[in-house]
Design a protein around this ligand. Structure first.
Ligand code: 4NP
Length: 148
């Protein structure tokens, strides 16, 4: 799960998807394209909205996406088209590129980007939570189909 800062959207996406896979051995991680918030806790508004929905994300710390993540992960979900461009620019080959997907492509609506809630109010975080929760439901089903 990748966004710009790895403190608002992608930590929520990580927490939500992990929460759907409690009994399975899947590795879910998040990262930022930037180095702005390395080592930091998620934004307190992300922590709060996750908590409201029964998910604890306080074990997470910000980190920057690295090229070796292409080797570690089968799916790389990005939150917006800017993240997409930045991650594709790091891809070494077509195999790397194929792993990168806009997360809202999982939904059947016309939304392309998970809105960045960083500069907005708390309601933006609830909206992000709902969008990511719907997308993660689809990802969960897709992954289970892939392994069965
Ligand atoms: P995120 O939100 O990409 O969802 O973590 C942001 C967090 C921090 C900044 C921008 C977006 N920033 O500019 O510091």
């Amino acid at each position: 799960m990748v966004c710009l800062g790895n403190i608002c959207r992608s930590p929520l996406a990580e927490g939500i998807l992990k929460h759907k896979f409690p009994k399975h051995n899947f590795i879910v991680e998040s990262a930022g394209t930037s180095n702005y918030h390395i080592g930091e806790l998620p934004d307190k508004r992300s922590i709060e909205v996750a908590k409201k929905h029964g998910i604890d994300i306080t074990n997470q710390r910000g980190r920057q996406f690295k090229v070796s993540d292409f080797d570690e992960f089968n799916f790389i979900y990005v939150m917006d088209t800017s993240n997409y461009k930045n991650i594709i620019a790091l891809a070494r080959n077509d195999g790397d590129k194929k792993k990168v997907e806009l997360i809202l492509n999982e939904l059947d609506n016309e939304l392309i980007n998970v809105p960045d809630p960083y500069y907005g109010g708390d309601s933006g975080f609830e909206n992000v939570f709902q969008l990511l929760n719907q997308a993660c439901d689809r990802i969960y089903i897709k992954v289970l189909k892939n392994i069965s």
